[in-house]
Design a protein around this ligand. Sequence first.
Ligand SMILES: *[C@@H]1O[C@H](CO)[C@@H](O)[C@H](O)[C@H]1NC(C)=O
Ligand SMILES: *[C@@H]1O[C@H](CO)[C@@H](O)[C@H](O)[C@H]1NC(C)=O
Ligand SMILES: *[C@@H]1O[C@H](CO)[C@@H](O)[C@H](O)[C@H]1NC(C)=O
Ligand SMILES: *[C@@H]1O[C@H](CO)[C@@H](O)[C@H](O)[C@H]1NC(C)=O
Ligand SMILES: *[C@@H]1O[C@H](CO)[C@@H](O)[C@H](O)[C@H]1NC(C)=O
Ligand SMILES: *[C@@H]1O[C@H](CO)[C@@H](O)[C@H](O)[C@H]1NC(C)=O
Ligand SMILES: *[C@@H]1O[C@H](CO)[C@@H](O)[C@H](O)[C@H]1NC(C)=O
Length: 403
Amino acid sequence: MASVLIVAVLVLLNRRTSANPLHAHDRSIRPYGTCKSFDIPIFATADSAIYDIPRVNNDVEATAWAIWDATRTNPHGPYSRLQNTTTSETFKIHAQLCVPKARSPRGDILQLATHGVHYDSRYWDSAYQPEQHSYVDASLKAGYSIFTYDRLGVGQSDHPDAYTVVQGAIELEILRQLTLMARNGSLYDAAKRVQTKNKVQLQAPAKPDKVIHIGHSFGSVLTSSFLANYAKLSDGAIITGYLLGLDLASAGSTSWSLEYAATANPPYDRGSGYVVAKNDGIQNVFFGGNITTAYTPALFEYGNAIKQPVPIGEIASSWRILNNFAPNFTKPIQFLLPEKDFYICRGDCVGLTNATDLRATTYPNASAIEVVIQPNTGHALPLHNNATAGFQLTFDFLKSNGL
Ligand SMILES: *[C@@H]1O[C@H](CO)[C@@H](O)[C@H](O)[C@H]1NC(C)=O
Ligand SMILES: *[C@@H]1O[C@H](CO)[C@@H](O)[C@H](O)[C@H]1NC(C)=O
Ligand SMILES: *[C@@H]1O[C@H](CO)[C@@H](O)[C@H](O)[C@H]1NC(C)=O
Ligand SMILES: *[C@@H]1O[C@H](CO)[C@@H](O)[C@H](O)[C@H]1NC(C)=O
Ligand SMILES: *[C@@H]1O[C@H](CO)[C@@H](O)[C@H](O)[C@H]1NC(C)=O
Ligand SMILES: *[C@@H]1O[C@H](CO)[C@@H](O)[C@H](O)[C@H]1NC(C)=O
Ligand SMILES: *[C@@H]1O[C@H](CO)[C@@H](O)[C@H](O)[C@H]1NC(C)=O
């Protein structure tokens, strides 16, 4: 026991003192802008449910849940509710607002970014080689402000009950509250009031002129549901790593290669029902393309180092936000799909959709729809070698649509 403690202390000390980009230094001053990190209390109310799903309190139960979840005849969706409930709570949401030095000629345009499952907001803001892999830095360079946050249950936001609280509907409501706060200036206000050691100032106006929603994976599921329900609150959308279709999640939860988060190595400060992917699960889901040209061992290592546990109630309740039809959305929307996305397209996104198809099925009134494929890239777009060229596809689309 004592030796375990000593090792744990050494590991912790080593982490604090090493030049590890994970526990890095202050990142408030960037090459093309400034950032502030802060916690926002968000009050949210949404319907929720108690689901008929297994409990997970150890590694064997983690894999058993994945098998249960991937079993073709097990119920998923509204019929797996045992009881309808309401969640009404104030949550701590950890966030970062970054503002460029030189704003877009079209004014202050804010991107509001929602990350997916298995990661937190660091997905958008790699501390490893940020000039090549941070979407936040690329956005600042392109003249956009960008707001990133840790979804409920993830990163430095609150980690409430994995079965009954962290669910699709409440996460959608948190996204709506954050959007309202962005639009009325209270988000900018909160960020400006945060004091940093180096007295960084955000050169932001009172509020953004436009708010664009960008998502990755489960964050794109949330963003799509947001467009379906609150179209008028968005000035444009970028959907990355998500396409609603037959191949979506067809690889199954067993491909995540899970263990119980609280006893993983290193352990996460999480309760019952939080599971975390082992390294091979991260590879299955997030890394794709030619292994000699698509990504480096260092990128894969970073992708493992920043991974986050998943609360299983989020998966059980995801049916609640798979409602994409958005006739009231009249703004531009881009789908950016990694060519070799295993979890979304079963390893090949080419030919699965196009603008005509998306207009017919989902966005009849969008002012522009574009589908682009990022070649030789897996699900984690920023963590592949050619990431900056992929980021540029989004900025080109926004600019060509007046954003
Ligand atoms: C939950 O509410 C829905 C209606 O919103 C209803 O159809 C369903 O039967 C309810 N489920 C339970 C378990 O009460
Ligand atoms: C802005 O919107 C948020 C979320 O709806 C609300 O709580 C806040 O009071 C609003 N602030 C202003 C200044 O209107
Ligand atoms: C779409 O807009 C119409 C007309 O403004 C409104 O009645 C309807 O409720 C909206 N639908 C959604 C899903 O927001
Ligand atoms: C991967 O790329 C390398 C270098 O270009 C090439 O030699 C190899 O054949 C490629 N592998 C596959 C499976 O395409
Ligand atoms: C959206 O398009 C449909 C036709 O697909 C039309 O009936 C509807 O009025 C349009 N809604 C808006 C808000 O423009
Ligand atoms: C777009 O996708 C639809 C449905 O998948 C297909 O029928 C159609 O041929 C495609 N159109 C183009 C221009 O590729
Ligand atoms: C990098 O991405 C860009 C944009 O998608 C693409 O045009 C280019 O061919 C890619 N380069 C490689 C080497 O895959």
